[in-house]
Each structure stands twice: as C-alpha cells, then as structure tokens.
Write a protein of this length. Structure first.
Length: 65
C-alpha cells in the first residue's frame, strides 16, 4: 500500500472530509487531494499528525510505504 492509498483509506474510514484534514493540518484542500492521489507526499510530521487525526497508529502505514 502506498502512502497515498493509506491516507485516502484512513480518511474515508474515519468519515472526515478533505476540507477538515486541510484545516487541521494547516494546508489547502488541494494539497490533501495531491497527497491522496500521489502527486506529492506529506512530511513525516504531517503524516503522523494525519494518522492521529483519524485515530490510527501511524507506524504500520509508514513502514509499508
């Protein structure tokens, strides 16, 4: 599973919107869309924050990508 797939999957499972994630992470909704489509990637710090927001342990996802 790529980091893009993990981000999209976990956000969808949590029921949170791209707009919500963007606001919480201090980025634009377009940035979230780019991360989820694999155009760009979050920093490790942003990714860890992402997984905390969706109540998932980040380690398994970060080790897979």
């Amino acid at each position: 599973m790529t980091i893009a797939e993990a981000l999209r999957l976990t956000r969808n499972e949590s029921g949170k919107s791209q707009e919500y994630m963007a606001l919480e992470l201090g980025v634009t909704r377009r940035t979230i869309a780019n991360w989820e489509s694999g155009v760009s990637e979050p920093t490790v710090s942003q990714a860890i924050h992402w997984f905390k927001l969706v109540d998932k342990n980040p380690i398994p996802f970060l080790l897979q990508s």
